[in-house]
Ligand binder design. Structure first.
Ligand code: DP6
Length: 325
């Protein structure tokens, strides 16, 4: 076995949202989701086997990670050890190259990079479907970051531990851009894992979400295949508003919107009223992510940057899948 490997994986933004699980233990999504893997937000991870260690060591952005974070890394490494038959513990060093507070979670790129690097370090032959399934166990959105471009993660039947993402089109398929309006730093939101669990337990709309999400994902899949922005945009919006309606109607309510989120959503609507093709999406936080064709990106950036409460804007484009070295 090589004993040491590096991997780079990128963040992703879901156009069709994953929200809620069908199996908590295996971390299987109750709905299909579809995302764009993004440049330039990425994580670089090195895994080095070390016979002298009696526990894995995880260093994140130059600091020894919290026990809770290390436990999630060890859980993944335990699976790699079981598959490879090599018992050695490992030193894991991970670095995020994210524009500060981008509002694009680093857990997806982080677990994707870890899965790929760990499999290589323990001498397993490269197998992206297995790496994707392994990343999914840690964080379902991470399954999608194994692949570049436009990637779907199907809903999982309880027990289906092999569930992996499916690459639909590579990054060159369509020059869509994601312009992020960064809104507030610091304030801690309800994490997606906690938020989606709470939605399933308490929102009266849970069943409606599970029943309606596959059709939305299907339209998004078809619109991407046809590069049909006019068909894509409204459903991208509806996927996120339906997800947030679920969070909003959980009890007690989980609300991710800040006043500036609403202002940014209005900016996006006003741009559209002026003929600019742009539709919004949001995740488990206040940031507004505007999705538009490349030609519209400069105008969208300018308008979002001028919106009160938007601290800065970031610009992302379709990026490559995991790179293992
Ligand atoms: C709103 O993948 O972070 O970003 O599987 O519990 O780790 P776990 O959840 P996570 O949820 C992502 C939710 C989302 C939508 C999406 O990325 O599809």
């Amino acid at each position: 076995a090589p004993g040491k490997a590096d991997a780079i994986a990128r963040a992703n933004i879901a156009l069709a949202k994953y929200w809620g699980k069908s199996d908590d233990r295996l971390n299987l999504p109750a709905v299909p989701s579809l995302s764009i893997t993004l440049d330039p937000m990425r994580t670089e991870t090195r895994v080095e086997l070390d016979e002298r260690l009696d526990a894995d060591v995880f260093e994140l952005d130059g600091k020894v990670a919290l026990p809770k974070e290390t436990a999630r890394v060890t859980a993944m490494l335990d699976r790699v050890r079981a598959e490879s038959g090599i018992a050695a513990k490992a030193r894991v060093t991970s670095r995020n190259h994210f524009p500060t507070a981008s509002g694009l979670a680093s857990s997806a790129s982080g677990f994707a990079a870890l899965a790929a690097a760990a499999r290589a370090a323990y001498g397993l032959t490269r197998d992206d479907a297995k790496a994707s399934a392994m990343a999914r166990r840690a964080s379902a959105s991470a399954a999608r970051s194994i692949y570049g471009g436009f990637v779907e993660l199907p809903a999982g039947e309880p027990g289906d531990d092999a569930l992996a993402a499916i690459p639909r089109h590579d990054a060159s398929h369509w020059d869509l851009r994601v312009v992020v309006g960064v809104i507030t730093e610091g304030r801690k939101d309800v994490g997606s894992r906690e938020g989606m669990g709470h939605s399933r337990e308490t929102s009266p709309y849970w069943r409606a979400w599970v029943e309606s999400a596959p059709a939305m994902c299907g339209v998004i899949r078809e619109a991407i295949a046809a590069r049909d922005y006019e068909r894509l945009g409204p459903v991208v919006e509806q996927s996120f508003t339906t997800m947030h309606a679920l969070a909003f109607t959980s009890s007690p309510s989980t609300m991710y919107f800040q006043p500036a989120s609403i202002a940014a959503l209005q900016t996006v609507k006003q741009l559209r009223d002026r003929g600019v093709p742009v539709w919004p999406t949001m995740d488990a936080g206040p940031h507004v992510k505007a999705v538009c064709p490349g030609e519209a990106a400069a105008q969208v950036e300018q308008a979002l940057a001028a919106t009160p409460g938007v601290l800065r804007v970031l610009h992302a484009r379709p990026g490559a899948g995991v790179e293992v070295g």
